[in-house]
Design a protein around this ligand. Sequence first.
Ligand SMILES: [Mn+2]
Length: 297
Amino acid sequence: MRIYKEKEAFTFCGYDNPPFKKAKAIIVPIPHEATLSYKPGTSQGPQAIINASRHMETYDIELGLEIFGKAPIHTLEQMESNFNSPEEMINEIERSISKLLTFKKFPVILGGEHSITTGIVRAFKRKYSDLTVIQLDAHADLRDQYQGTHYSHASPMRRCREIANVIQVGIRSMSEDEAEYINKNKIKNIYYSPELSIKEILKNTTRNVYLTIDLDVLNPALMPAVGTPEPGGLTWYPFINFIKEIFKQRNVVGADVVELSPIPGIVAPDFMAAVIVYKLIGYKFFGKMNAKSTAKN
Ligand SMILES: [Mn+2]
């Protein structure tokens, strides 16, 4: 049953939370916000996504089915933040996600700031040695350090590159230091917006893929509710078709959707984030058979 009356209901899609055991997908809210630089508010992201999801149609036209009914989604409680140090928080995230990965579920993590991805990817890399991380993001996130730490929202892809194959998509902003790091180390697999060649990207992608989606990869006209909105970026169909194709052609083992910073009174970005999360789950379990390929290149 859908819970409309109980305002505090904290489940994705707003249905009674299916038992963990029966669930195929797990929503992991990590509302961590500690190292932001511009517009704050990502700690409200997971709650806003879950609230918006309660008003979504759970039947999916594209896939031709009701995703929630066929692939039950269990929502975990929000993970508490540890503000002792950014590194401690990353370690805690790594431990929690590692534990979750002992179960055969598809986790979708809701941020929170992008720093959380470092801990998450460490856990996935332990389980999947051939892991490729595909990052959709306006920003390179390749700073070695920022605000005195290696574990801020400005560094997760630098940390991920130290342990896994990383492909960066939609990038349109970086610091001089990051550009130097890329040139000096001949870093490959960076696709600058608006370049989006799925064939080329798949050539360098191993079987197991982790997707990290910083919502600022989208055009800020569609997605203004982010910490640092950059002009340009992807529109809805190229974005969702790209993701669909990754699910069709590789084994996506988990994903995060981060950096939603809700704007009071404007619900479209929250709703869009909720639909993205729902689509990820739909493509994971039904995309290989049901979703038509629409990618052209
Ligand atoms: Mn980012």
